[in-house]
Design a binder for this molecule. Structure first.
Ligand code: FES
Length: 104
């Protein structure tokens, strides 16, 4: 499986969030709670961009309608209101040498 390098490991810090174009899509590389995540930048609720989403408490909050998605499992938070919203789309994060990236 091909590794696609995105960022130098030493650039990561809690609160890091940057967009990368990969294979025709926009991916968000996020570092939160000492963990790195790579997600599709399109909100699964109604397709808004998550690029300006707010990250806190292990979640990303979509700027369009305010739904928060867990960065751990991708699930929309908030009970019944968001029960039918699909989870975030994750990409597998890996580290090779001094680079963090994704494995497709
Ligand atoms: S489009 Fe993201 S919460 Fe609605």
């Amino acid at each position: 499986m091909p590794f696609i390098a995105l960022e130098k490991v030493h650039e990561l810090h809690n609160g890091y969030c940057r967009v990368f174009p990969v294979a025709g899509r926009q991916l968000l590389l996020i570092h939160s709670n000492d963990q790195s995540y790579a997600i599709d930048s399109i909100c699964p609720h109604a397709g808004a961009s998550l690029i300006k989403g707010k990250i806190s408490g292990g979640c990303i909050r979509c700027p369009k309608h305010g739904i928060e998605f867990s960065l751990v499992n991708g699930v929309a938070q908030g009970g019944e209101v968001v029960a039918d919203v699909a989870p975030l789309v994750f990409y597998r994060v890996a580290v090779e040498g001094d680079r963090v990236g994704i494995v497709l």
